[in-house]
Structures are given as structure tokens and as C-alpha cells.
Design a binder for this molecule. Structure first.
Ligand code: IFM
Length: 698
């Protein structure tokens, strides 16, 4: 079993992707996998998840803090850096089960080694140990400290900065444009240093051949000033690293997966697991952004990715994280209700891009023309209404998997009820049938369409779910005005659902009449590689080419509700028409393909989804807007495809079932899950036989 992601050799072109691959995070903080000699040009960032700020009229986004791991080495006054010369050897190694990163870089005169972690024990802490070993006698100078020249997409976010240095401790206090104070304490253990510029230090030292100079750095990020960093870190680097590794390994163990017989798939899945475990916050109810903890892309906002790709993973592995993400939706209900009101609807219209208050962060012009920079009107915020149904889906699935229906009494029922009311007010009844006009489905290239199959089906399911819980004796709907129950029933019974022709579900009303062009021919029409394919003038908008799984996502999610003819026909029809321009696509197609025993396609899409941030295959521009970072929903999609698709996991009440379709290369798969408060280890063998055993590991 390969426990490390290792990349050998230095490739400048991979700087951005390596920043994603080697991200360290704990749900609260994220530190990109960049090297010590890098600065904002290489997208170094220490991202604080869930705290947002707006600078002037730019997009409001999450905050990046000064970089505590900034270190530059000089030998005889000459800078030694991968940016200046190709190293003789170089590797990065990420421990995927313990969550720390090691670096080794050899130059002609010195060797640099470092080890760093973002703590899963104390989630305000990050730390690094840095060594320089001389290969010959050298006069070494090291400049290190807090780099306050922050990489920001829509900043600057600190209107005031106060930096106090007291010997080897720096206290950075920044006040955001919105008036929030944030603190970063920095502490190093170098002896005999000089103070250098505003927040940097310099150390000059002569090293004889073979001698090593090492030091450690600690940083603590706080929203309120608490203890002295020297006190918090008094136990030292090794002890704090061990505490962190133990805490991370405990999380890993609860979610452990091993795929025997296929090393690449095994590594890719463990990498995805690492990304997912790193992004979950067990301590706060802030929601998990679409780009995890990897930076400010997509404004650090929470999308439907959370409900459809992440919460179902955490519910099975670390339910507190799933619960926190749902509580976040409870806490932001007022924002969703304000949004509904703003657009003239009732109930809760959740933000397409949701931040701390739940108000809509998605702008009307969410992409730009890559050539001219001109903003392009998009309707994601106003029309991607399936978000409110996705939230109901996540509550329902969380409750089914964990048994925790108490969450409904803590505000969950109010949330899902308000979502149902929103749909009632959005839909229109024409000739006895309810229709949902003017929406965008998961395929974002086709805007303002009518009766999108995914949206309508999810909405019906959401409304039926609300009715189910309103009638459930265990749940207490007293605080709600449930007079609308008859209306809800009428809506669910008479909603226009699926238009099926030759077993193919029409993605939306009028889709079948669009131009039938192949993906390769459509690509020939593109003038700029960064060009946006959707919206009014996009190349795909008037064709059948879709951005991501839409009808097939619906079938993958509600696998048991569609017969095999429908599944086959839709997979065959939509798969070649899908660009997979969104990283959310492959996981859904993979899940459906496995259920259809199209193991080859299932496997290919699974691998694509799981290794997305190892290989860096995804688009990083939507028009002119940078959309890079880690693709955590893709990691979640890979997990769900493996469990629900490949292993055919399903349940009925307390009972678990499997129906595996394994790729040829898989000799055995083991997955640890939690289900209804019990822990299980599932083992599936090559011949399809399996065991589901209860685990007693604590
Ligand atoms: O939520 C997704 C959407 O489905 C496609 N564009 C990117 C968003 C964030 O991941």
C-alpha cells in the first residue's frame, strides 16, 4: 500500500499544480504545497477558510494571510533557489495517512530538507522544520520570516496591518476591509540572527562540508488573541508533529481504503481521501468551499458540491463534519430567505455561491472574455435553483446513513420546509401540471431552460422528503405552518417530470432540437483555449454538447429508480456529448457506468476523478477567470463512485447491501465506513464475493 504521494524532479511548469497536490490543510487553514523560496508569483497562500472580506467593489472572498514559511538561502551572496537554477535532485513527498509534507532539494553546494504540517490536533497551528546541509565549506546566509506581500485574487484584504516584533516572535495583526481583526503569531528558534526588513530575519553562518544548520518555525492563526505562541509550542516540533500525525491518522483509519492489485488506482484514491480528510472541519460549522482549503478561487464559497459530493462522504466516515456542514446551512437560512425575497419568491432560495451569512456571493457576471476582459452575463445565481433541492437531499441522506434525525429538530426541518416553499413559489401550474421554467441545471452551458429533468426530479424528491418528515412522529414540526401540506402534495403529484424518447430522458424542454455536433467538431470552433463555452454566445449553448453530467447525474443518484434500458440509453447518449468541463462530471459518470457493468468506462472516469489534482488535468480558466485549486468534489465523486458504483453499496434501514462490479485490475478492495453509529470494514474480492464486518477499533 503506497502511503506517500511523491513527485521527483523539479518542473517549473508544475508549480501551480504542485501547490494543489501537496496542499496541507485541516478544514480551518490551508497551506498550498509551494516551496519556501516562493512568493506570491508562485501562488503561495495560507488560506483562512470561512472568513471573508470585500475590497472596494471587487468580489468578496476568503482571506489569505502572510506566509510564515518564507525562507531564502544564499551561498557567498548568491541566491540558491529552484527558481534560479535547476537542482541536481528534488522531490516532494506527502504522507497521505499522517498528513505532513517533506521536501528534499540538492544543489551543487547545499542540500535543503524540510518537513511541515498544518495541525489536526490544534487547528490554529502550522509548523515547519528546515535544514541546510553543506556539501562543501560554505558561507551561508538565510533570510526568513513572515512574508506579508500576500497573494490575493481580489485583495488587498487588510486595510490596516500592525507588525510587532519581539526578538524571535512576530505578532501580525491585520484588520480587514470589513473591520475584522485577524492575528498571526510567528516564532522561530534560530540563535544568533539579525533583524532584517520589517518582518524578516537574517542568519549568517559558516558551514563546513557535511555540517547541517536546522531550525523550526511555528505559526498560530487566531481570530481572537489568546496565548503566547511560545507557550503553545513549548513541547517542540517533534512532539507537535507527532500529536498532529496521530490525530490525522485516526481520521484516516476511520475512512481507510485499500485497492489491491492496482497501485495507481490505490494511490489516487488514497490521495482523494487525504484531500477530503484535510478539508473537513470538525470544530466549526462553516461549510466546505468548492476548492477546499486551497485558496480564494470561487471566492472561497460553498456550492452544491458540498451537498452532493462531500456531505455523503463525511456522513460515512466522519459524521461530525457532515453535521457541521448541514448546521452551516441551518445557520445561513436567513440569507437564503433574504435571497428568495429579493427575487420575489417565498421560502429559502440558497445561494449558488454561499459565504458566511448565506447571502448570494455569485455575481451576475461570473466569467469574463479571456481576450477583452469584458464581463459575460451568467445566470448561475438566479437560476441554478436545484441548490435548494440538493440541500434537502443532503439532509435526507445524512439522516439515512447516520440515523441522526435530531438535526431536524435543531433547525433542519425548518430549512427543508422553507426549501419546499421556495419551489412552490418558483414553479407554475399550467393546465393542471406544475412546471419549473427558466432554470439552469447541473450543465451550466445551457442557461434559462425549462423543465430541466435533474432539477424537476430533485425538486419532486425534495418536496416528498419534506412531506415525509412533516408527517414523521419523531420530528417536531410544531414551529412550522404546515397548512401548505396539501399544496406540497399536489405539487409532488403533478410536477412535470421526464420527457423520454427512445428511453433517452430529454435534458430539458427543447434539448432534442438543438444542433447535434460532436465534441471534437465543437472544439474546432473555439478561438481561444480559455474561452467560455456557455452563456448566450458560448460555442456549446446552441448545441447538444453539455458541460457536465446532468441527466446521468440524476440517474447515478437515484440508481434504483431507473430501469436498465433507461440507464443504458442515457449513458450511451450523453457520455459522448459531455465535455467534462467541470470536475464534478467524471465521478457521476463513473458511478453510473459501474452500475451498468461498463467497468472500463467506470474505471477510467473513477481514475480521472480521483487523480485530478495529482495530474492537474482540469481547466484552470472559465473565460478569463482563474478557477484553479484543489477539486475536492472530484475527490468526493471518486469516493462515492467506488462505494456506490463499483461496490454497489446500498442500504435499507439498518441493513447494508453490496453488488460489486470490479475492474479487472482490482484484486481486492477494503473500505472502512461508519453506518448508523456502527463501524464496518467492507472487503470485496476479485470474484465478487465479499464480507461486511463490524469493527471494534476503539
Ligand atoms: O458547483 C460547480 C458547478 O457544478 C460547475 N462549476 C464549478 C462549480 C464549483 O465546483
Amino acid at each position: 500500500m503506497q502511503k506517500h504521494l511523491v513527485k521527483k524532479g523539479y518542473i517549473k511548469e508544475n508549480i501551480i499544480n504542485d501547490g494543489n497536490s501537496f496542499l496541507l490543510a485541516n478544514g480551518h487553514l490551508g497551506y498550498r504545497g509551494t516551496l519556501e523560496e516562493y512568493d506570491k508569483a508562485q501562488l503561495v497562500s495560507l488560506n483562512l477558510v470561512g472568513v471573508y472580506d470585500q475590497y472596494q467593489d471587487k468580489w468578496r472572498e476568503s482571506i489569505n494571510l502572510p506566509n510564515p514559511f518564507f525562507i531564502k538561502c544564499f551561498v557567498d551572496g548568491k541566491e540558491i533557489s529552484v527558481l534560479k537554477e535547476k537542482p541536481l535532485s528534488h522531490f516532494l513527498s506527502l504522507d497521505l495517512t499522517k498528513g505532513y509534507l517533506s521536501r528534499h532539494t540538492e544543489f551543487s553546494q547545499i542540500i535543503i530538507n524540510s518537513k511541515r504540517f498544518v495541525s489536526h490536533k490544534n487547528d490554529s497551528l502550522l509548523s515547519e522544520k528546515y535544514d541546510v546541509t553543506a556539501k562543501e565549506d560554505v558561507q551561508l546566509s538565510i533570510i526568513f520570516g513572515l512574508d506579508t506581500d500576500i497573494y490575493e485574487i481580489n485583495g488587498p484584504h487588510f486595510q490596516k496591518e500592525n507588525i510587532k516584533r519581539n526578538k524571535n516572535v512576530i505578532l501580525f495583526n491585520g484588520m480587514t476591509n470589513e473591520g475584522k481583526d485577524l492575528y498571526l503569531s510567528y516564532f522561530h528558534n534560530v540563535k544568533g540572527y539579525e533583524e532584517y526588513q520589517k518582518s524578516l530575519y537574517k542568519k549568517d553562518i559558516h558551514l563546513n562540508k557535511g555540517e547541517k544548520f536546522s531550525f523550526v518555525i511555528f505559526a498560530i492563526v487566531e481570530e481572537e488573541r489568546k496565548d503566547d505562541i511560545r507557550k503553545i509550542t513549548a513541547s517542540g516540533f517533534n512532539h507537535l508533529l507527532k500529536e498532529h500525525c496521530d490525530a490525522f491518522f485516526e481520521k484516516y483509519s476511520q475512512a481507510h481504503i485499500e485497492i489491491k492489485g492496482d497501485k495507481k488506482a490505490d494511490l489516487a484514491m488514497r490521495f482523494s481521501l487525504y484531500q477530503l480528510l484535510s478539508a473537513g472541519d470538525a470544530n466549526r460549522c462553516r461549510g466546505i468551499p468548492a476548492r477546499g482549503c486551497s485558496g480564494q478561487t470561487y471566492k472561497g464559497a460553498i456550492f452544491w458540491d458540498s451537498e452532493m459530493f462531500l456531505i455523503p462522504f463525511y456522513a460515512l466516515t466522519n459524521p461530525i463534519v457532515a453535521r457541521n456542514s448541514l448546521i452551516y446551512r441551518i445557520n445561513t437560512l436567513s440569507g437564503a430567505m433574504a435571497k428568495a425575497k429579493e427575487f420575489g419568491y417565498q421560502g429559502a432560495f440558497y445561494a449558488w455561491e454561499s459565504q458566511d451569512s448565506g447571502l448570494e456571493a455569485c455575481s451576475k457576471y461570473n466569467v469574463t472574455d479571456p481576450k477583452t476582459g469584458a464581463p459575460i452575463r451568467t445566470y448561475f445565481n438566479e437560476k441554478q435553483i436545484h441548490i435548494s433541492a440538493d440541500i434537502v437531499y443532503a439532509f435526507d441522506k445524512y439522516i439515512e446513513v447516520t440515523g441522526d434525525s435530531e438535526i431536524l429538530n435543531e433547525g433542519g426541518l425548518e430549512v427543508i420546509y422553507q426549501c419546499a416553499l421556495f419551489f412552490l413559489s418558483y414553479a407554475k401550474k399550467v393546465d393542471g401540471k406544475w412546471h419549473i421554467y427558466d432554470v439552469i441545471g447541473p450543465d451550466e452551458y445551457h442557461e434559462r431552460i425549462n423543465d430541466n429533468a435533474f432539477t424537476n426530479y430533485l425538486t419532486k424528491y425534495a418536496v416528498q422528503t419534506v412531506i415525509k418528515y412533516l408527517k414523521d412522529k419523531k420530528v417536531n414540526p410544531q414551529s412550522l405552518h404546515v397548512d401548505d401540506i396539501n399544496k406540497l402534495e399536489d405539487f409532488a403529484n403533478n410536477l412535470c417530470l421526464l420527457n423520454i424518447k427512445d428511453s433517452v430522458i430529454e435534458q430539458f424542454d427543447g434539448y432534442f432540437a438543438l444542433e447535434d455536433v460532436s465534441l471534437s467538431d465543437l472544439r474546432k470552433r473555439i478561438k481561444d483555449p480559455k474561452e467560455y463555452w456557455g452563456g448566450e454566445y458560448g460555442v456549446a449553448s446552441h448545441t447538444k454538447i453539455i458541460k457536465q453530467a446532468d441527466v446521468c447525474a440524476l440517474i447515478a443518484l437515484f440508481d434504483k429508480e431507473f430501469n436498465s434500458d433507461i440507464k443504458e440509453a442515457n449513458f450511451a447518449y450523453y457520455y459522448p456529448k459531455t465535455e467534462h468541463g467541470s470536475s464534478l462530471s467524471s465521478g457521476m459518470y463513473s458511478r453510473l457506468a459501474f452500475r451498468l457493468s461498463h467497468v472500463k468506462e467506470g474505471y477510467e472516469m473513477f481514475k480521472k476523478s480521483a487523480e485530478i489534482d495529482i495530474v492537474g488535468s482540469q481547466k484552470i480558466y472559465a473565460g478569463g477567470i482563474y478557477i484553479g485549486g484543489t477539486h475536492i468534489a472530484s475527490s468526493g465523486g471518486a469516493y462515492l463512485s467506488l462505494l456506490y458504483g463499483c461496490l454497489g453499496f446500498s442500504y435499507n434501514g439498518e441493513q447494508i447491501y453490496l453488488d460489486p462490479h470490479l475492474p479487472k485490475t482490482f484484486k481486492e478492495i477494503t473500505m472502512n465506513i461508519k453506518f448508523r453509529k456502527k463501524k464496518y470494514v467492507i472487503t470485496v474480492h476479485k470474484n465478487g464475493s465479499y464480507t461486511i464486518k463490524e469493527r471494534q477499533d476503539d
